[in-house]
Design a protein around this ligand. Structure first.
Ligand SMILES: C[S@@+](CC[C@H](N)C(=O)[O-])C[C@H]1O[C@@H](n2cnc3c(N)ncnc32)[C@H](O)[C@@H]1O
Length: 271
């Protein structure tokens, strides 16, 4: 569990995820590891039709056998890479696995929002907001690059976390198939990009790393870790749209990042 180094304990933790997509697998794994609650918040209900019981059975079998975590040989594009892929015996409380597994299974059968362990809120912005200062951790895997109202979302995450709570963001700054070049999405002018997006619910907000760092700071987060993937080979700056030509060198080469943020223990909001 990579948050251990900052004192995070999964046992009893209340965890949120923005944009889980079509699998609540990380949430189910968090519950099996000892978390008290998981809530997934999305704008499209991709997980509503997923076979969550099958995913859960596979996870439970991995936990029961204390299998190694699938590594980057099996899933080369999954981030973050972690220091050890051994089963995290020290971090995971397995004393109550079978009771917990029964409770999770019962809730999966009764409906995602039928009990206290699991929540699934879609579209989250139109539903009553989750309680302020109620989460110990919120994580986003390949989601922040898609979010249109970035500042509002950073503010919401800050509000949901307890003082001392953590936010983990894996951000993929690449062009997501909209160009043969990893940075080719920055070559489109704003109106061209509007045409590319069409009526899609979301595409890419095209914001570089520095926008995320400054918004995180603006809403009050403390930066604990920033790990960047640098990809120098892409379109030259002169081929980018004017507003992206001015990007600083670090932004221009950052194709991915992992940010770990913390809400200060004093819990003040800024801005
Ligand atoms: C590329 S998928 C990532 C899915 C999953 N996290 C994963 O790693 O496989 C992006 C997800 O972000 C969600 N998303 C886009 N805009 C969002 C928003 N404003 N709030 C919450 N989720 C959003 C999408 O619905 C989708 O589930």
């Amino acid at each position: 569990m990579m948050f251990d180094r900052w004192g995070f304990k999964i046992n009893g933790a209340r965890i949120g995820e923005l944009g889980p997509g079509d699998s609540l697998g990380i949430g189910l794994a968090a519950l099996l590891s000892g978390a008290a609650r998981y809530v997934g918040l999305d704008i499209v209900p991709y997980s509503a039709k997923a076979d969550l019981e099958r995913i859960f059975d596979e996870l439970l079998s991995m936990y029961t056998k204390e299998e190694r975590v699938p590594d980057d040989k099996e899933f080369p594009f999954v981030r973050p890479r972690i220091d050890s892929y051994e089963f995290p015996r020290d971090a995971v409380d397995r004393r109550n696995t079978s009771t917990k597994a029964e409770e999770i299974r019962n809730q999966l059968r009764a409906g995602l929002n039928s009990g206290s362990l699991l929540g699934y809120r879609v579209p989250w912005m139109l539903l009553p907001q989750i309680d302020q200062a109620s989460l110990d951790l919120i994580f986003l895997q390949a989601v922040l690059e898609h979010i249109d109202s970035l500042e509002g979302t950073y503010r919401a995450m800050f509000a949901w976390l307890k003082p001392g709570g953590y936010a983990s963001h894996v951000i993929d700054f690449r062009s997501h198939g909209r160009s043969p070049f990893w940075n080719g999405h920055w070559a489109y002018s704003d109106w061209q990009w509007k045409l590319v997006r069409g009526k899609r619910e979301f595409l890419l907000n095209r914001e570089p790393l520095s926008t995320h760092l400054s918004l995180a700071e603006k809403v009050g987060f403390k930066l604990l870790l920033a790990k960047q993937d640098q990809t120098p080979h892409g379109l030259e700056a002169t081929s980018l749209a004017p507003r992206f030509r001015r990007m600083n060198a670090a932004d221009a080469q950052t194709s991915g990042a992992l940010l770990i943020l913390q809400k200060p223990r004093s819990g003040y909001a800024v801005g």
